[in-house]
Design a protein around this ligand. Sequence first.
Ligand code: THU
Length: 137
Amino acid sequence: MTISDAELIERAADAASRAYSPYSRFRVGAAIVTDGGEIVTGANIENAAFGATVCAETNAITTAAASGVRRIATVGVVCLDGDPCTPCGNCRQVMREFGVTRVVMRGRNGDILVMSLDALLPASFGPEALAAEAPES
Ligand code: THU
């Protein structure tokens, strides 16, 4: 089954409604599609020790990875408190690890903005620089 960008954005917005962001009051949700067509979602989860905060995109990606997913095609991102927002640098690198090619964001009027990860993270460093079999293992 093909997941549309609109459906991905809807799932990301739903995830954002469950963000735990008492410090920034900035709610972010992410929804990813695995290469098997499965959707996994995540929200930002903050921490009183700010550095322990987990972003929505990284939450979704690492949740999927922990259940065995190794290739992710597309990531959808919604910020409920300031559309549009693009993923932070750390999340872009996490996306790079699992082969993400497209990032879909919800714009100000509900319009959908699509960017390639290549455009968001040019000349990037990735797993192939270290080990031939990563990230399969
Ligand atoms: N945040 C995300 O969840 N994803 C991003 O790509 C940017 C920032 C979260 C982290 C923190 O909880 C809040 O947004 C403000 O930075």
